[in-house]
Design a protein around this ligand. Structure first.
Ligand SMILES: Cc1cc2nc3c(=O)[nH]c(=O)nc-3n(C[C@H](O)[C@H](O)[C@H](O)COP(=O)(O)OP(=O)(O)OC[C@H]3O[C@@H](n4cnc5c(N)ncnc54)[C@H](O)[C@@H]3O)c2cc1C
Length: 418
C-alpha cells in the first residue's frame, strides 16, 4: 500500500519505520525542514516504562491547586489561554480523576509502555542507533519523610500493574546516583524504577529517519498539511502547501496539532497542547553529574543524563499554542539542577526550550482506526510520547496490516471519545 504519514515527530518517524518494514511505500509529510523539530526536539529524555502514570488521578484537583500556589509551581495556567475550549478539556480531565478511571487508564498506559520497552530492545539490537541511550533506571527522589511515607497507594498500584520498583533508602539513592552524596541533606530516600532508560529523543528520531530512508521511506519536508478531502466518509487526498497528495492510507501523527485536521471531518479529538520547558546543559564536571534520571518529586522536574549533557525538564503550563520562551519559566529547572547537582553543568551555556505535549484527558494515546475510512491515528501521547513511541508505532502498523497485535489495543482508539 501507499501510505502517507502526517507529521515527522518521534511518533511519525517510528510509524513510518514499522510500516515500511512491513512492505509499504511510505512518505512522511512534515512542515519543518527536518524530523523531530517540534515537541520531540527537547523533551526530558526519560524512557519511563515503569514511571508511567496518568496525570488525572484521585486527589489531583486539590494537589493541582497546592502546586499552583507553591514557589516554583509545577503547574501554571495562563489567563489569556483560559477559554471555553480549555475549560472543556479540563472538565474532561477532572472527570478522569476517580479511582476507577485512574486504574483503567494506568493499566492501558502501562500496557503500551511495557510493550514499548520490548520493541525498543528489539530495535536497538537490530539497528545501530546513536542517541545517548542508557538503561540505568529512574530514581524518584523524595525531599521529605512525610511525603515518602504517603506513597502507599502508589506502591499498591505499581504492584497491581506488575511494575518492577523498589523503595530505596538514602544510602541506596547515593549508590545509584553517586553525585547525590554532595547534597545528602536535601533528600530522605527514593523510589527506584530499575527498568527505565534515558536517551535523546531528537537524536533517536533523526537516526531512525536515516534508517527509514535506507528502506525506501520518502520525506517531504517544508510541507504544510492544510486539510483532508473526503468523499462518502473516505479520505480522497491530503491538501498541502505543495499541492494534493494521495495514498491508500493516511496516518495522523501531528501531535498537538492533530485535532485541527480532523475537526472538519466531525472527529472531536480531545488533545490539549500542554506546554513544558527544558534546559540542556553541557557537562563541566562528570563527577557531579547524574548517571541516569533523577525525578525530583517535590518540583516534578526530571534531571536526565545524556553522554556529555544534562537535560532538565518539567512544568505543565496551560497556555494554548503559545510557544514563547519566558525567562522566568527557567527558574524551576534551573533551581532543581543547581540544587541536586551543583557544579555539574554549564548553566550559562544551557539551551532553553519549550514544547507542547499532546495531552488527552485520560493520558492514554489515540492509536488505531478512525471512523473515516483510510484514516488511522497515532497521536496524543502527552507526557510520555518518547517512552511509548515504539510500542505505539508497532501496534499501529499491525492494525494497518490487519494483523493480530502482540498486546491488546483495548481502549486505545479514538472510539472511546465518540
Ligand atoms: C518539557 C517536556 C518534557 C517531556 N519529557 C518527556 C520524557 O521525559 N519522556 C517521554 O516519554 N515524553 C516526554 N515528553 C513528551 C514527548 O516529547 C511527546 O509526547 C512526543 O514528543 C510527541 O511526539 P509526536 O510525534 O506525537 O509530536 P511532535 O514531535 O510534535 O510531532 C508532530 C509533528 O507534526 C508536524 N506537524 C504538525 N502540524 C503540521 C502541519 N499542519 N503540517 C505539517 N506538519 C505538521 C510537526 O512539525 C511535528 O514535527 C515531554 C514533553 C515536553 C514538552
Amino acid at each position: 500500500m501507499k501510505i502517507l504519514v502526517l507529521g515527522g515527530g518521534v511518533l511519525g518517524v517510528s510509524s513510518a519505520w514499522y510500516l515500511a518494514k512491513s512492505g509499504h511505500e511510505v512518505t512522511v509529510v512534515e512542515r519543518q525542514p527536518g524530523v523531530a523539530d517540534e515537541t520531540s526536539y527537547g523533551n526530558a529524555g526519560m524512557l519511563s516504562y515503569g514511571y508511567t502514570v496518568p496525570w488525572a488521578a484521585p486527589g489531583v484537583p486539590f494537589k493541582a491547586i497546592k502546586w499552583m500556589l507553591q514557589d516554583l509551581a509545577p503547574i501554571l495556567v495562563s489567563k489569556s489561554a483560559f477559554n471555553a475550549h480549555t475549560a472543556g478539556w479540563m472538565m474532561k480531565m477532572l472527570g478522569q480523576c476517580t479511582e476507577d478511571a485512574y486504574r483503567v487508564n494506568k493499566n492501558r498506559m502501562l500496557r503500551i509502555s511495557e510493550y514499548s520497552r520490548i520493541c525498543m530492545d528489539r530495535l536497538t539490537s537490530e539497528l545501530e542507533l546513536d542517541f545517548d541511550h542508557r538503561n540505568k533506571g529512574t530514581v524518584e527522589l523524595f525531599r521529605d519523610q512525610q511525603k515518602m511515607d504517603s506513597i502507599g497507594a502508589d506502591l499498591a498500584s505499581l504492584r497491581e500493574c506488575g511494575v518492577e520498583h523498589e523503595v530505596i533508602d538514602h544510602a541506596t539513592c547515593i549508590q545509584y546516583e553517586p553525585a547525590l552524596a554532595n547534597v545528602s541533606e536535601k533528600f530522605v530516600g527514593g523510589l527506584l524504577f530499575p527498568k527505565d532508560g534515558t536517551g535523546d529523543c531528537r537524536k533517536f528520531t533523526q537516526h531512525l529517519a536515516e534508517y527509514c530512508k535506507q528502506i525506501g521511506v520518502k520525506f517531504e519536508f517544508g510541507t504544510e498539511i492544510k486539510a483532508l478531502e473526503t468523499r462518502d466518509n473516505e479520505i480522497q487526498s491530503v491538501v498541502t502547501s505543495k499541492g494534493k497528495m494521495q495514498a491508500d492510507a493516511y496516518v495522523l501523527c501531528m501531535g498537538s496539532y492533530s485535532p485541527m485536521l480532523v475537526k472538519p471531518l466531525g472527529i472531536n479529538l480531545p488533545i490539549y497542547p500542554m506546554k513544558g520547558y527544558s534546559l540542556t546543559l553541557p557537562i563541566i564536571d562528570e563527577s557531579k553529574a547524574p548517571q541516569s534520571t533523577v525525578m525530583d518529586e517535590a518540583y516534578k522536574v526530571a534531571v536526565t543524563r545524556f553522554d556529555d549533557r544534562i537535560r532538565v525538564g518539567g512544568t505543565a503550563e496551560i497556555a494554548s499554542f503559545d510557544l514563547s520562551l519566558k525567562s522566568e519559566r527557567r527558574k524551576p529547572t534551573e533551581f532543581v539542577v543547581s540544587d541536586l547537582f551543583p557544579g555539574a553543568g554549564d548553566l550559562e551555556n544551557a539551551e532553553f526550550w519549550c514544547g507542547l505535549r499532546p495531552m488527552t484527558p485520560d493520558s492514554v494515546p489515540v492509536i488505531g482506526k478512525s471512523p473515516v475510512k483510510k484514516l488511522y491515528m497515532n497521536t496524543g501521547h502527552g507526557t510520555l510520547g518518547w517512552t511509548m513511541s515504539q510500542g505505539s508505532a508497532k501496534l499501529l502498523a499491525d492494525i494497518v496490516n490487519e494483523q493480530e497485535t502482540e498486546v491488546s489495543t483495548e481502549g486505545m482508539s479514538v472510539s472511546r471519545y465518540l
